[in-house]
Design a protein around this ligand. Structure first.
Ligand code: FA5
Length: 376
């Protein structure tokens, strides 16, 4: 910047001539008008109002003028700068308004569009039903016990009093797992568990001293073909109680409580003699049909699809724990007795919800699971 009060210099004051100041102002106004968007206007602003803009540089020259010329030049430059700032503000307002209008259109959100196009998932009814059954027993003080699905043959069969040539131990019923030592598959000693009963033996061995009250839900495997009533991979739930003085009456009372908790007041069970190697005596358990309550039997006017008008629905197997199983698991059968039962979850879900084909349960189609809801 020029020093004040030095002698008059026509070159320095050239920039302060009225026509020069007007030119600078008009160039600035034209540049603002030509700015098509806010970015362009920012550049024009820097060029025409920034510290190195022609008008700012001219303003600095005022100090070099003789005192008598300063006022007039200052007024001229000040008016030009005022006009420039006003034009800048006006153009800024126009461009900002245009920008706001464009953003409103470009970023508009249609709040009437559906927000839930991705359908909500649902837990599989097999899982929720199995948990519900287990909860009935947890509420009675039972513990949930689990065992491996790849199981030692000893737990799956031997500990449960299956003799070596029992038909269930054949390869046409049981999936044997090939041993790492290259032994023939059916000599590996390892199977996919065929029922949840091996957890009985595990629970007794793990807990050592009764009382033992456990409920064991889980997945089991058999070499059955997939059809309307069978699947090679299915679920069972097993109950085991071992304590002093337990009898068949305790088993019957527990079964009655379970079916009433799951199917409603007044539903009863009955036992029919059967054979399982690990229970003695053993029974098949049925429950009164919870739909017709037995009223469809011999009554052609009131047929029942759920029980086929038989009045009873087969649930699974049960019995008093065979003393040989207690002995194999280190429990004194003279002191303790126990009862156990087990049934298939798929079959129970089928008659509870009138599912006609078990394949619908295993195919994973959400149209099957969705009507069961989003039970947590
Ligand atoms: C057993 O598996 C015994 N462990 C049950 C038991 C436990 C008896 C404790 C005594 C004491 P069973 O082989 O009958 O029993 O099978 C029990 C249930 O599994 C059957 O009632 C049926 O509901 C179900 N089930 C059997 N095979 C299949 C299959 N392929 N697909 C679906 N469910 C099946």
């Amino acid at each position: 910047m020029s020093a004040p009060n030095k002698s008059y210099d026509p070159v320095e004051v050239e920039a302060l001539k009225p026509e020069e100041i007007e030119r600078m102002r008009d160039e600035a106004l034209a540049a603002f008008e030509a700015a098509a968007d806010l970015d362009a206007l920012t550049h024009a602003k820097t060029a025409h109002t920034g510290p190195t803009s022609p008008l700012s540089l001219a303003n600095r020259e005022i100090g070099a003028l003789p005192p008598q010329a300063k006022a007039e030049a200052g007024k001229r430059v000040g008016m030009a700068r005022g006009a420039v700032n006003k034009a800048l503000a006006a153009r800024l307002a126009v461009l900002e308004a245009e920008r706001d209008e464009r953003v409103l259109v470009e970023e508009a959100v249609d709040v009437t569009l559906p927000y839930d196009r991705v359908p909500a998932g649902a837990r599989h009814p097999l899982t929720t039903f199995m948990e519900r059954v287990a909860d009935v027993f947890v509420a009675m003080g039972y513990e949930v016990a689990e065992g491996p699905e790849v199981e030692a043959e000893w737990f799956n069969f031997d500990a449960l009093n299956f003799v070596p040539d029992h038909p269930a131990r054949q390869m046409q019923d049981t999936f044997f797992v090939q041993g790492a030592d290259g032994k023939k598959t059916d000599e590996s000693g390892v199977v996919l568990r065929t029922h949840t009963s091996p957890v009985q033996a595990r629970a007794l061995l793990e807990r050592r001293e009764p009382p033992v009250y456990v409920v064991c839900p889980g997945r089991v495997y058999r070499t059955d073909e997939l059809d309307a009533t069978h699947t090679p991979v299915f679920h069972q739930i097993e109950l085991l109680a071992v304590d002093e003085g337990l009898t068949m009456a305790d088993l019957k009372g527990t079964l009655d409580h379970m079916v009433q908790a799951l199917f409603g007041e007044g539903v009863k069970t009955r036992l029919r003699p059967h054979y399982f190697p690990f229970t003695e005596p053993s029974a098949e358990m049925d429950m009164v049909c919870y739909v017709c309550r037995g009223e469809s039997v011999g009554n052609p006017d009131r047929p029942c699809r759920t029980c086929g008008s038989e009045g009873w629905i087969e649930l699974g197997g049960c019995g008093m724990v065979n003393p040989k199983v207690l002995t194999a698991c280190g429990v004194d059968p003279e002191k303790y007795s126990g009862f156990a039962f087990g049934f298939g979850i798929e079959r129970m879900l089928m008659f509870r919800h009138n599912v006609e084909d078990m394949r619908d349960m295993v195919e994973g189609d959400v149209r099957f699971t969705r009507p069961f809801g989003m039970e947590i």
